[in-house]
Design a protein around this ligand. Structure first.
Ligand code: FES
Length: 225
């Protein structure tokens, strides 16, 4: 397939037709942050952290699902782009539970890493947190939806990688959440022993109970790929 040439951050770069701005940036050593992108699976464009500026476009575009086209002029780290990413991350943090010091992933989850890279501290927006009870009935997964940023990676890992279709999006607006069946409890009846979603979670919303429980004398958790 013929190469398409675009200008990215003032430099001419090329890639095959169909490739996205994010993929081309990666190929050229340009790091664009992502929170919902899963390499190898079609993008969902749900987090918007990967936005970039494309000359002639009225709005910033999500680089993970925008294919390159000939002559595009793209800015991946302009002041406008960085400010938009900061606002997006601040909004995520404004509804996040904020108990990072007690989280299994501490301050090293993907959300925190992106926030640090963007120099985001305390959100400027009113804090409106969602609190849900911790679900620890399953011997395979502990779920704390207060930390969920609705990136949908767990749903896609379960549906498209493990092909188990345990999770789905439920409710609307601020009440949106990842549900199990008709918003049932996550236990070993609905979710068996794969745990494939845990490493995909960009926060501490999903964790391995064997690590998080004080009693670590139980049998080791086997995660099947
Ligand atoms: S990574 Fe592109 S929208 Fe989330």
């Amino acid at each position: 397939m013929a190469d398409i040439t675009v200008t990215m951050n003032g430099k001419q770069v090329g890639g095959p037709a169909g490739i996205t701005i994010l993929e081309l940036a990666k190929q050229n050593g340009i790091d664009i942050p992502t929170l919902c992108y899963l390499e190898g699976l079609p993008p969902t464009g749900s987090c918007r952290v990967c936005v970039v500026e494309v000359e002639g476009s009225r709005t910033l575009v999500a680089s993970c699902h925008t294919p390159i086209s000939a002559g595009m002029i793209i800015q991946t780290h302009s002041p406008k782009v960085l400010e938009a990413r900061r606002v997006i991350v601040e909004l995520l943090l404004a509804s996040h539970c904020g108990t990072c010091y007690m989280c299994e992933k501490a301050n090293i989850c993907e959300l925190r890493e992106v926030a640090v890279d963007l120099d985001v501290g305390v959100p400027r927006f009113p804090i409106r947190r969602r609190f849900y009870p911790i679900e620890d009935e399953s011997p395979y997964i502990t779920r704390d939806l207060s930390k969920c940023i609705l990136c949908r990676k767990c749903i896609r890992a379960c549906n498209e990688v493990a092909k188990k279709h345990v999770y789905a999006m439920g409710y609307r607006g601020f009440d949106s959440k990842v549900v199990v069946d008709f918003d049932e409890v996550l236990n070993k009846e609905v979710c068996r022993d794969c745990g494939i979603c845990i490493p995909y979670c960009p926060t501490g919303a999903l964790s391995n109970p064997q690590k998080s429980r004080k009693d670590k004398k139980g049998p080791p958790l086997v995660i099947k790929g």
